[in-house]
Design a binder for this molecule. Structure first.
Ligand SMILES: [Ca+2]
Ligand SMILES: [Ca+2]
Ligand SMILES: [Ca+2]
Length: 855
């Protein structure tokens, strides 16, 4: 039987081949985790609320996890037919779970419109009744607009059929339905009054028309694992395609709330089909990149709680002639329950012969993997040769026949006026600079890296990027040269050697923007970002975000000046200049480090870096102690000097010592490091280890007991969950923390091999490369893995694609007990976005890890 576990993301849905499978599924019951459950169907009611930092994250409200996949979400009273990310979301001030009546009631509130409603979800047999109640009629402006919405994941429904009142139809693969243009006066307010759209001077917004309307819809009768029946006697069901407005839109089923009415105003019966006796297919986690012969090799198998673990599993070798042979048979060890699934492990460390293998667990076989000493050789190449250079700002980036993007933001950056912002930034009343609001700050359109799936320069991230690259350069001196970079031509060509190590060119490119900030603004900006929201969600060529022409308010909007150099379209990017002294200190640290590696490569840039490093350090120290003096006055003489602020300054002192050799810096570092290690060894040991090459042998000896203590922490993490790495549960999934954990564990092994075993770093690598919950795909879009993830939230996400070398945040936790990582729908940034700081952290991890695996 050749079922391929590669397909489980799409097909975690096979009926268990069990003769005793019941003919009928059991009724939905409210469980002790406060959601409605039957085998194969979970209905969650505001277990996850609309409270993310970015409004509608498509992760909230009423949700359905259908045969293991969260295919339905967004169930709530909404003000739009197909809500976009920045449309208003309701607060949910109360949620009451009634286990006696098998129901959950949630209050929803739109403060902007003083509009309250309630939704009551009650289990009724195999269905839930969803009822919307109003104590006061819908406010006049929202009448005909507010409705109860439920959203369906396009990638799980396109191509499947539906029947509305018996009329058959098919969910479209691409958004091609009808819209109408409606006066902006009728558009409900968006987040903070921003607009997601450019109306091109029409005064109208685009409003989608329904695909179908009726009272009864049968969704996906052709796919039992996705089939849902929804009826409403008291309201009309309207089906929309949210992708008409935004590529990340979902299919939306909604009923408009009736005007002028109170009480129970809309009632739906929703019956998600449960396949009788359904058991989720095992998720066999292993490293898709493979293993070196000497390392531990443990597959972690995630099992449905109704599944019965097998006693053994096997490793099959694929021979040179294509035949297959049993290489190893070993026992399965039960780890136990972790959230909703049961976990077992299969240790095949004894398999050491180089070759091609797969894992056989009962009827399930995995895709193949390689055992060989070379398997890790390529794990950073896609990141360094492709992902990083594609994210170079202010350059044209070419690869073979393809231009990834032209030169962005030729018109430069304006001083941001006092403003709120949509990407978690703001500009205060003071500019803190010599520039007036909207004045061009010269010189900023050079160097730097796009933040992530968006195109801004996050200064903090860019500082980390340069710091990461400097660390990688000093530790490993990678001479790899696969990228042509010309700052003069503002041109990058992938896979074209130019005689210069790429890493030095990448450091130089990062430094160019950060130096421009320090020199022209005087300190570090918060961010260089979009001034209008409808540019921020740009997908496509970065050079097309702005028109490249200086904004001239004397010209009409959309009109160019006669000389073609200015335009009346206010699209120029802004520099946000609230002064953050910690950021200046971080920059001082980074400039010191960059100055060191650029010496002999670009002496002029190196000297400018050192100058700015010292200036920022001095200015920030002085300003901090002035602020500290103010606090001292209030706090009765307590010494609030900046050294107490945390590890940032400690690392800076080390960097400045390495750069300048001045003793005062290292004295301060030594004064700080030991108390910091005492307070929290896991947070400080990496910085402490960074100093080892510059200190005497006694320093390293003094660190040994802390390495022992750090080992206790590693052991504790190893036992916290079946995967043996830290697994985060935030709104942004936690692979970054796994990379950090793996990097520190790797360095600890390199410095203290007799104390710190390699297994901790191997666990981190295996997790990144496929041994993790939900599915077993590598989280890195990269060479080396047989089955990397296919879709990421990169700037090409509208093509349901990826940029090679990207690292996904990975397994997103949804309360109360569900991990997921969509691999057919890229648009959830918390699972699928890669960031420039995160990906360069991965680059260091990879370089260090390769070294460790080689030793
Ligand atoms: Ca950003
Ligand atoms: Ca090069
Ligand atoms: Ca412009």
């Amino acid at each position: 039987m050749k079922r391929n576990v590669f397909l489980i993301g799409l097909a975690a849905l096979l009926v268990a081949a069990c003769d005793k499978a019941p003919k009928e599924a059991a009724d939905l019951k409210l469980n002790d985790k406060e959601y409605f459950e039957t085998q194969g169907v979970n209905v969650l009611v505001f277990s996850n609320t609309f409270n993310g930092g970015f409004n509608d994250e498509k992760n909230s409200g009423i949700e359905i996890i259908h045969h293991g996949v969260r295919t339905v979400q967004g169930g709530a009273v909404r003000l739009n037919k197909t809500p976009e990310q920045w449309d208003l979301v309701p607060a949910s001030p109360s949620r009451v779970v009634d286990s006696i009546n098998n129901s959950i009631e949630v209050t929803m509130r739109y403060t902007d419109y003083d509009f309250d409603s309630r939704v009551v979800v009650t289990a009724k047999g195999k269905a839930v009744e969803i009822a919307v109640y109003l104590d006061k009629p819908v406010p006049e402006f929202l009448a005909g607009k507010a409705g109860f919405n439920l959203e369906f994941l396009p990638s799980q429904y396109w191509g499947k059929t539906y029947l509305m009142d018996g009329r058959p139809n098919r969910f479209p693969r691409y958004a091609v339905s009808q819209t109408q243009a409606v006066s902006n006066d009728e558009k409900p307010r968006q987040f903070k009054g921003f607009r997601t759209y450019d109306d091109r001077g029409t005064g109208e917004f685009v409003d989608p028309m329904p695909l179908e309307t009726g009272h009864s819809i049968l969704i996906a009768p052709d796919a039992p694992e996705r089939m849902i029946k929804i009826n409403s006697d008291d309201a009309v069901l309207e089906l929309y395609d949210g992708r008409m407005l935004a590529q990340n839109g979902w299919f939306v089923l909604r009923s408009v709330l009736p005007a002028g009415k109170t009480g129970k105003v809309v009632t739906w019966t929703v019956e998600p089909h449960a396949i009788p006796g359904w058991i989720r297919e095992p998720n066999i986690g292993f490293s898709q990149v493979g293993y070196i012969p000497s390392q531990p090799k443990v597959a972690v198998i995630e099992l449905d709680k109704m599944d019965k673990p097998l006693k053994t599993a096997s490793i099959i070798k694929i021979e040179d002639d294509g035949s297959e042979k049993l290489a190893y048979k070993g026992q399965i060890d039960v780890w136990g329950m972790y959230y909703k699934y049961n976990y077992v492990k299969f240790d095949f460390t004894d398999v050491k012969d180089p070759g091609v293998y797969y894992i056989q667990y009962g009827d399930y076989k995995t895709g193949n993997f390689i055992i060989d000493n070379s398997v890790y050789n390529w794990i950073t190449d896609a990141t360094s040769d492709v992902w990083i250079p594609i994210h170079m700002n202010h350059m044209t980036v070419n690869e073979g026949y393809r231009i990834w993007h032209g030169e962005p933001f030729k018109e430069g950056y304006l001083q941001a006026p006092q403003s709120d912002h949509f990407d978690l930034h703001s500009q205060g009343a003071q500019t803190n600079t010599k520039y007036k609001p909207y004045e061009l700050i010269p010189g900023l359109n050079v160097g730097g890296y796009f933040d992530a799936g968006d195109f801004d320069i996050e200064t903090g991230s860019n500082i980390s990027v340069v710091q990461n690259m400097v660390t990688a350069w000093e530790m490993f001196h990678p001479m790899r040269d696969e990228t042509f970079v010309s700052e003069e031509q503002r041109y990058v060509d992938l896979h074209r050697p130019d005689g210069k190590p790429d890493l030095l060119q990448y450091i130089e490119h990062g430094v160019l923007n950060l130096l421009a900030q320090a020199e022209n603004i005087g300190f570090m900006s918060q961010t260089l970002s979009n001034s209008v929201l409808d540019n921020y969600h740009h997908l496509g060529d970065a050079a097309a975000i702005t028109d490249g022409l200086h904004y001239d308010p004397s010209l009409p909007k959309y009109v160019k000046s006669a000389d073609g150099k200015r335009s009346g379209t206010p699209d120029d990017m802004w520099a946000f200049t609230n002064r953050n002294l910690n950021s200046d200190i971080n920059a001082a640290n980074m400039f010191a480090a960059a100055s060191r590696v650029l010496k002999g490569y670009n002496d002029n840039l190196s000297a400018r870096c050192l100058k700015q490093s010292k200036r920022l350090q001095e200015e920030a120290t002085k300003l901090m102690s002035q602020r500290g003096a103010g606090m001292r006055g209030r706090q009765g003489g307590q010494n609030m000097n900046m050294n107490r602020a945390g590890g940032g300054n400690m690392a800076t002192n080390l960097q400045l010592y390495i750069a300048t050799g001045e003793k005062s810096y290292i004295d301060q570092f030594v004064e700080q490091i030991w108390p910091a290690l005492e307070r929290n060894v896991n947070n400080s040991i990496r910085t402490a280890m960074d100093a080892i090459p510059y200190m005497d042998a006694a320093y390293k000896e003094r660190l040994r007991p802390y390495a022992e203590k750090y080992k206790e922490y590693l052991e504790q993490v190893s036992n916290n969950n079946p995967y043996g790495v830290p697994i985060g549960e935030g709104n942004w999934a936690g692979s970054g923390a796994v990379v950090t954990y793996g990097t520190t564990a790797t360095f600890a092994n390199l410095y203290f091999p007799d104390i710190i075993d390699k297994k901790y770093a191997y666990n981190a690598a295996a997790f990144m490369f496929g041994c993790h919950p939900y599915h077993n795909y590598s989280l890195v879009a990269t060479v080396g893995a047989a089955r990397p993830k296919q879709v990421f939230y990169g700037n090409n996400r509208a093509d349901l694609s990826f940029i090679p070398g990207n690292v996904a945040p990975g397994l997103l936790f949804r309360k109360p007990d569900h991990f997921e990582n969509f691999d057919d729908w890229p648009f959830l940034w918390g699972q699928n976005e890669g960031t420039i700081a995160g990906n360069t952290s991965y680059y260091i991890f990879g370089e260090a890890f390769k070294q460790m695996a080689k030793d």
